[in-house]
Write a protein that binds this ligand. Structure first.
Ligand code: SF4
Ligand code: SF4
Length: 207
């Protein structure tokens, strides 16, 4: 178990280090500056701590625009693939900041879990409908869905679920906000856009 935890920790550190590496290339290039909120936030940092990487990864909404525009994407040796690198870190942040703590690991199997919960939920609802109406009665719905499941019953079942979701998301977001800090290493304001429009000489390899 300890070996697994160590391997997981190392994989996360590698993913965070990879985002930091790619962000440093982007910070020299800045071609994608107007694409999304990630790039303006990135320019306010010269180095990327783990909390910076977590913050930037959650600003990315995985649209893929920067990958398609990037002249340093694979097969270039810089291998810049921002959406992929961000997605790896983002999944880790979902797990790390989730509330309650132990449930974060469920994100690793979210597709399977959601499918199973959906199938189970539908089965339970069908059984509840049969139980409420003493067996299968085709005409019971009439003109209203609430003839099958009364409105009060629906509210009493889903209000606690809704409240739980709001509390869990709120506390997860609070955990996240406690870790991220404002940028402290902004790029010099005097640095003009034209100065920043191309990477340093050491990065100007062409395919
Ligand atoms: S073109 Fe590539 S290296 Fe440049 S900012 Fe966009 S993603 Fe980063
Ligand atoms: S993939 Fe992410 S970082 Fe790239 S442009 Fe889209 S939102 Fe921005």
């Amino acid at each position: 178990m300890q070996v697994l935890e160590r391997l997981t920790r190392e994989a996360v550190q590698l993913a965070e280090g990879e985002v930091a590496r790619q962000m440093q290339i982007c910070n020299a290039c800045r071609y994608c500056e107007g694409f999304c909120a990630v790039f303006p936030a990135m320019t306010r940092r010269l180095e990327f701590s783990a909390s910076d990487v977590h913050y930037l990864a959650n600003l990315c909404h995985n649209c893929g625009a920067c990958l398609h525009a990037c002249q340093y994407a694979p097969p270039h040796e810089f291998a810049v693939n921002i959406p992929q690198a961000m997605a790896r870190v983002r999944r880790h942040t979902y797990e790390r900041f989730a509330w309650p703590d132990g449930l974060g690991v469920l994100y690793w199997r979210n597709g399977l879990l959601v499918s199973m919960a959906l199938a189970l939920g539908i089965a339970l609802f069908l059984m509840l409908a049969i139980w409420l109406h003493d067996g299968y009665q085709p005409g019971v719905a009439g003109q209203s869905f609430y003839n099958v499941f009364p409105h009060g019953l629906m509210v009493s079942m889903f209000l606690p679920v809704f409240a739980w979701a709001v509390v869990a998301l709120g506390l997860g977001a609070l955990n996240f906000l406690r870790e991220v800090k404002p940028a402290t290493s902004a790029a010099p304001a005097s640095q003009s856009r034209s100065d920043r429009s191309s990477p340093p000489t050491s990065m100007r390899n062409t395919r």
